[in-house]
Design a protein around this ligand. Structure first.
Ligand SMILES: Nc1ncnc2c1ncn2[C@@H]1O[C@H](COP(=O)(O)OP(=O)(O)OP(=O)(O)O)[C@@H](O)[C@H]1O
Length: 636
């Protein structure tokens, strides 16, 4: 018969210990109790625990000592008990490796939740690899400053027989009142009783976090450690460095992986809707609230809430967010009850949040609360060794996606990429390659297909490469699809099961990058005689025609159906200086779709001919058709 999970409770209040014991026993756990640091140390020396819970104020020392000891020498998740409201101490404990905390007076449902999370942490043991770089002075400078000292030091190997001894030697003398042990199997505990899945690094990271440079090895090692904690994580790095990728990995590797991962772009939610989006609302609570709505916090209950661009939160919302994070409860607009939520917060920004705190634009208390573990993501320019590997990875992805043969880069192209100044980081690299593939009709991508000379000039003169305004740009090449989070294929994510929930505000902003733009030319650019395209669509925005409605270019009915809203009176209105009712992006997408359908019709469905008419390569046309959901018909 399998052992029950074993917990160690450390607190000098006997009644409280008894209450915790009863609660954990009812959950099917065995328990040991120690009333001081010395007896806890003795228990820890002789047993392997699945969960450890310690008070901070103990008669002969601090619970922090226990946290340090447990995280340095075992894989056991250790939580701390804090006096109510003493969040600062809880944060300090999490910085040195505590996986979570519970307040006094003790809330039993919260204790149960904590214990359950602890057991889940033990379910996946990630095989240690050579990538696991010890966090000592041997790190490169950029990494050691990026990651706070010793955030979580748990070893990531399954416990072995050597990890533990039997406790027969000391089981009577470890506590002033004798340590209390409950349960049948509590005295011989040689290894974790939680069913363990062993996952290799390749299974976890394969294809998702490419890079063999030292900063990337360090990052992978940090992610694995963070996955064993509930501590809030703050990801800081330039646009396109992979903050969302890292956030998803932390979720997928953690005990929360069966809950939802809810990404939300804080900068994309109109401020008047923020409270309702985050916390939900009751029907009738304001004009337009026609039904009850569950907020993002509740959607992420049991999982992870990823607050991207957290620096963009208005101050009023920061106060409400802080309260929800601290209290672990939310109240929907128009509701009278608080609802408990169990979420882990991961935040990200490319802005200097500490600077915003100084300037009064970001609340210090919220900054302190979300910035428990800070991880700085390295710029691509600081890990150039990874560029060939990343390029190969993206070419393989593009080839698979567009059903092309093997694509490759010439040596010259690799050189050009390796020396390019990437202001948009990995996303920019991917966009450059996507464009290069559309520009080349061969499977071999050469330096000139990358078109990096032009880009260099542009990016040099552009301070905000990743968020260029609509007004002065024309997109030349597709930027990253906004629906990536939804469309990610099993192939992209070879992970433990994950349920991805995408909030309506996730990544809706346009994803222009400097490399995909040319400066404005007010005059529409004639591409071929008779065709006047003012700009190509930005593929980073949702299509105005729903995905399910595939357009057949040769079926004039279905094509015209898609453009019903672009009636002639609208064209007249536009000519008179009015703005498109469906918004610029949707308008441009419809325009592009219509023009391509026209060209295909004129060419009798022959894509090669249609591409010529449009002055683009065959491959570029096929790519655009795919993005715009225009029926591909037979391959030529
Ligand atoms: N190390 C990596 N390996 C493979 N793909 C990566 C890596 N880093 C980033 N990417 C890819 O680059 C793109 C941008 O990544 P991501 O969205 O995570 O960046 P970000 O830092 O969150 O960007 P932003 O700040 O603009 O939101 C995605 O397509 C992602 O899959």
């Amino acid at each position: 018969m399998q052992d029950k999970p074993l917990a160690l409770i450390i607190d000098d209040e006997a009644d409280l210990c008894r209450l915790m014991q009863i609660t954990l026993n009812k959950m099917g756990m065995d328990t040991h109790v120690a009333y001081d640091v010395a007896s806890a140390r003795a228990f820890l020396a002789d047993n392997h625990y699945d969960f450890c819970l310690t008070d901070l104020a103990l008669p002969d020392g601090s619970g922090m000592e226990i946290v340090e000891l447990v995280t340095k020498t075992t894989t056991t998740p250790v939580a701390v008990i804090t006096a109510h409201g003493d969040v600062n101490v809880a944060i300090e404990a999490m910085k040195i490796g505590a996986f979570d905390f519970v307040n006094k007076p003790l809330d039993l449902p919260r204790l149960r939740q904590l214990a359950q999370s602890a057991l889940k942490v033990n379910e996946t043991i990630i095989q240690s690899t050579e990538d696991d770089i010890p966090q000592d002075g041997s790190q490169e400078k950029s990494v050691s400053t990026a990651i706070p000292p010793n955030p979580l030091t748990g070893e990531l190997v399954a416990p072995t027989e050597n990890d533990t001894k039997t406790d027969t030697e000391h089981n009577t003398e470890t506590s002033k009142d004798k340590p209390q042990k409950t349960g049948q199997n509590s005295t011989k505990k040689s290894k974790s009783s939680t069913p363990v899945t062993v996952v290799s690094d390749d299974e976890i990271f394969g294809g998702r976090l490419i890079g063999d440079s030292r900063p990337m090895k360090q990052l992978r090692s940090t992610i694995k450690k963070l996955a064993r904690s509930q501590a809030p994580v703050f990801l800081w790095g330039g646009s396109g460095t992979g903050k969302e990728v890292v956030s998803r990995l932390i979720h997928d590797l953690s005990g929360r992986r069966n809950g939802n991962f809810v990404p939300v772009n804080c900068g994309a939610i109109p401020s008047e809707l923020m409270e309702s989006e985050f916390f939900g609302h009751k029907k009738g609570s304001f004009t337009g609230a026609t039904s009850d709505k569950i907020g993002l916090f509740q959607q992420a209950d049991g999982g992870t809430l990823f607050l991207d661009e957290v620096a963009d939160l208005p101050l009023a919302m920061q106060v409400k967010l802080l309260r929800a994070i601290q209290e672990k409860t939310v109240r929907a607009i128009g509701d009278t009850k608080e609802v408990p939520v169990d979420i882990r917060i991961v935040c990200a920004t490319h802005k200097d949040l500490a600077d915003l705190v100084q300037k009064g634009a970001f609340r210090q208390d919220l900054f302190y609360r979300i910035n428990v573990i800070e991880v700085k993501l390295p710029d691509l320019n600081d890990r150039r060794d990874d560029i060939p590997m990343l390029a190969e990875h993206f070419l393989n992805m593009i080839a698979k996606d567009w059903e092309l043969d093997n694509l490759s880069l010439t040596d010259d192209a690799i050189d050009v990429l390796t020396y390019h100044n990437f202001k948009g980081n990995v996303r920019e690299l991917r966009n450059i390659l996507e464009r290069a593939v559309t520009m080349s009709d061969s499977d071999e991508i050469d330096a000139h297909h990358l078109m990096l000379d032009d880009i260099h000039d542009i990016s040099e003169s552009d301070d905000t490469p990743s968020h260029v305004s609509h007004d002065d740009i024309i997109t030349l090449a597709p930027s990253e699809p906004a629906t990536e989070a939804i469309n990610t294929t099993a192939n992209d994510i070879p992970t433990p099961s994950n349920i991805i929930k995408v909030s309506p505000y996730h990544d809706q902003r346009p994803t222009y990058t400097a490399n995909t733009v040319i400066k404005e030319n007010k005059e529409p650019k004639p591409i071929t005689p008779g065709l006047n395209i003012i700009a190509s669509a930005n593929y980073g925005t949702p299509l105005s025609t729903p995905k399910s409605q595939k357009i057949s270019p040769l079926d004039s009915n279905s094509a015209s159906q898609a453009f019903d809203d672009l009636n002639s009176s609208e064209h007249e209105n536009l000519a008179n200086g009015e703005l498109p009712s469906q918004g610029l992006e949707a308008y441009l997408i419809d325009q592009e779709r219509q023009i391509i359908c026209n060209a295909l019709q004129q060419a009798g469905g022959n894509k090669t001919q249609a591409a010529k008419l449009l002055g683009m390569t065959f491959r570029s046309l096929r790519y655009r058709m795919k993005k715009l959901d225009i029926d591909d018909g037979d391959d030529e």
